[in-house]
Design a protein around this ligand. Sequence first.
Ligand code: ADP
Ligand code: MG
Length: 751
Amino acid sequence: MINCLQENKVRLQEELNTTDTKRQALGSPLQSQIEDVEVKLSDQTQELNRLCSELGTTDLEKHLEILVLENDRLKQELNSCQLQLQQLRVSLSGCTDCEHSKETSRLRERTTGLQLELEEKTRLLSELEQHLKDVLQEKTEREERLNKRIRDCHLALAKQSAPSVKFITKIVEVESSRTKQDLEEAQARNGYLQEQIGIQRQLLTEQEQQLQDSWQASAQLRAQIMMYEAELERSRGEMLAELRSLEDEKNQAIEEVFLHARSEMKTVHENLNGVRMNLLSIQPALKTLTGDYNSLKNHVRDFPCLLQDAVSQTKKEIYQAVEEAKATNQELLRKYKREMQLRKKCHNELVRLRGNIRVLCRVRPITREDGAGPDTRNIVSFDHDDDAILYVSHRGKASIFELDKVFRPHALQADIFQEVQALVTSCIDGYNVCIFAYGQTGSGKTYTMEGSPEDPGINQRALRLLFGEVAERSADWDLTITVSMAEIYNETLRNLLAKDPSEKLEIKLSPDGSGQLYVPGLTQVRVQSVEDINKVFELGRLNRATDFTNVNERSSRSHALLIVSVTGTNLTSGVRTTGKLNLVDLAGSERVGKSGAEGHRLREAQNINKSLLALGDVICALRSKQPYIPFRNSKLTYLLQDSLSGDSKTLMMVQVSPMEKNVNETVCSLKFAQRVRSVELGAVGRRTENQHFSSRQDCELESPPAVAQQGRLNPSHPGGSAVGKSTAGKRRLMASGEVNHRQGPAALPAL
Ligand code: ADP
Ligand code: MG
């Protein structure tokens, strides 16, 4: 059995050795393949070098460099293959940490332990066998000795116990004492021998017992040995299975590596073939390129001369072109100046034709604050093609109104200012300008003139524009801007920038004899920045609110004037100019109900009516170039006299609300506007004082100027023209006695 175990051990050892040998055997074909590839690679490199030397050192070396790079890459791939193979070898031989190796070493240790144990048991067994042999031998010897003695005793006994002996003995006993003694001795010896036989028998029994025990021990040992053998057999089976699986895995891994290496090799081969093909294909291209390169070399050699020629030629052309451009520029400049003069002339002519009085209309939007309902329905519409036309529908009829321009509800403050900014700048040139906002309370007059801090109106924008102009002209002009703020309430003029705003101001003739009017005590503040304007406006607003709890109420019943004066001195010629820009937010034009208004309220209404009427009359008289202009009929027109007459420019912004509830006042305001506008220009000769502006009280809603009846731009039409109402106007003027017909323009300085 020991031999059997040893045999197994030897076989296992052999199997392990065989596995190592196989592994090495598998590695060697790969090694040889790699060597083959290396040899091929070195061949390729040599081929490449040969090609390099053939091709020479032209620019085409770049192509060769690409191929060399390709070769290097292939080399790297080969190296990585080798490295992988190396790693695989190392992992197969030096794999100490893997599960299988651990299992193998465990099995090996266990086998060694079992071997040691087996050797120990074998030694014990051989000792026991030896001992058994000794005991058996001793027992045999003893048995032999005892048998011999028994035989001797039996012989002796046989000799002594025969019947003859017994007879003789009896005789001897009887006969001889000596014989008797001998008998006793023989009996004693017999007893002793019997005793010895008993002892020997006992000894034999013990020996037999010992032998039995030895046999039992031997049987136990045999059973143990068999168990160990079975154990060894099982371990060997496990080990074999383990070794088999290890071998399978190893084979598989080797197979995979082999396949991988083969595919890599294939790729390397293919790449090498590709490189070879490339090399072959680029050879002709390289030759062509060499030819090109040489021709280019020649070109480059000749290039500086060509370039120099071309540069000098181009220079000449450029100089010529510049000269031509200069001449053209001069010509253009001359033409431009001429055109500018012409344009200015045309502009002046246009202004003359248009008249210095323009009437615009702005329709305010319907806002959320106006609420909803039939009252707030829109009754105003516009003409798509003509921005001077406005339609108002009321009681199923559409009335048409024509003005110089109509701004729709969505028009921006900037759009409005765009239209008036030319007037504003003209005050720097020494013109006097008046801009009025006319309309019923709530129609947007203050919004148009003042606006909001985020979206300022004409006042603020005008001053900003003037600041800009002043800065622009500062090289030639020394310009100063001053502002005054005044209010006319109940025909009383008040200084809104005064310490005591309740003080009444008077309009007086200038003492210098120039015939100019002036207002003693009216504060004039010099402004240079937006901050200055804001301060001035704030003071004016505060003073205006002094007497009234409701500023809006006050503002709707008084005229607010912002008077901007621009004085300038030309730094070269010393010429002095003075221009005045009057920005007027008029009192609400709404008619106070005939009944109900009395006392204070009635007086207010009368004064407003009087001043607006006077303004209408003045504008009408100015537009129709009448010899007499009734400036003195109101404080407002009297104060603005020098800004309305002569070559002054006036703009009336008529504000209307588009809502159904305001239709009466809307129609009334538009009629007023249209009458102002429709007064014929330059018809001084044809005009008489009878054609003075009609009373605002004549504005009857019951007979609005229907479209069918309205003659556009026809002042003689009874529906909407001043002429149509001239009789009534005359009646009113004559009755009121406000117009002094004897008082011609010559009488004005006498005021
Ligand atoms: P008025 O000075 O004629 O009495 P306001 O200028 O005070 O009228 O305008 C009345 C209301 O209508 C104000 O709340 C104002 O903000 C608004 N409003 C007027 N015109 C416009 C407009 N073009 N865009 C927006 N809101 C406007
Ligand atoms: Mg207002």
